[in-house]
Design a protein around this ligand. Sequence first.
Ligand SMILES: *Cc1c(COP(=O)(O)O)cnc(C)c1O
Length: 419
Amino acid sequence: MPMSESFHKRLSPILDTIAQNFGTPFHIYDETGIIETCQALKQVFSAREGFKEFFAVKALPNPAVMNIMKEQGFGFDCSSGPEIMLAASIGSRGDDIMFTSNNTSRQEFETAMEADAVINLDDISLIDKMPRMPELICFRYNPGDRRRGNKIIGNPVESKYGVSHAQIKDAYRMARDRGARRFGMHTMLASNELDWRYMAETTAMLLSMVEETADALNIEFEFINIGGGLGIPYRPGQEPMDINSLAGRCCELLDRFENKRGWAPLLFMENGRYMTGPHGVLAARVINHKNIYRKYVGLDASMSSLMRPGMYGAYHHMHIHGKENFHPQETVDVTGSLCENIDKFAIQRTLPVTKEGDIVVIHDTGAHGHAMGFNYNAQLRPKELLLKTNGTVELIRREETPDDYFATLHFDKNTLVLP
Ligand SMILES: *Cc1c(COP(=O)(O)O)cnc(C)c1O
């Protein structure tokens, strides 16, 4: 099921009070659920010492939530200068930050090196664009037509990411020749993947590349990072990712590698969606009903709060607060107010009949939700709240105001007068 029963049970009795106090719309995240998921992930991989998750910051770039991850011993997967600054702002640095960028600028390398982050290079041409070769270096491997990808990330052959199969050994050779002494190998091939076998195959693929490269260059690898991409069930009835089977298989592959070679790389992951996705919802009020060729339910939130339905045609389950088992029902489109017809949270969805003021709870917005929002049409982004384990609710990001929107327009005059 989308949105866990336990989060639903924690949130339902207090949702009206939260909405009255803070005002709608808002994303609210469930600290208890996030901690439980962190602990479950650590537990299933505990057979391999040194297993580590680097939370993909882009999924939910909020220091309050990142702190929960940090307390669980997680690092952070950052892909831009400001994401590194976010991780650094809560005291993470060094081996706790993986910098996985692409089309990287020199400025970003400098920010990453100042934070002493682990550099994961996306291309062979970037080797000589770094200010210097760090001691520890990682490359992102793109297997091309050796693997299929999926809808969100695309097919590996068409994807802009990573070092090709033909280049990968040369990349490590060049890095070694320039002074690198410690090595990791990374890949990220799929997102929202629900089949554990796909992720296990990724582990097998990286281990085989590590083995070939280690033999060719006479080096050892400190870690493999199999990327993020673990999926979550957005639709009722979908089976969740079987992380027990995944971990079992990955640990077996690593044990076998170790028995054969006398050493094995550590296993790293960098999930975003899996860690926080199901532990967030977007709560918005019904403000209008419209009845033309279709029936529309208009909310006080728009796609500036949640892009996934408009961007990917993604399904987000939803319920009407307090009307979970309510009849009669009707089939409606649930919309925001943006001047784009893709600004719909649900299309032809059968839901209980609503009245103005009802709260619609849109599930699974804890990853790639608020973070993906934008300001097109001068739509402002909503606030973020955290339901803490002690039952209190904390404002962890305020809503944007028109002043924020104007902040980049009101500044000292700067004119270039051409000759
Ligand atoms: C987006 C991204 C992730 C996280 O993806 P999820 O599907 O949220 O787990 C991890 N690594 C890289 C390099 C990414 O770009």
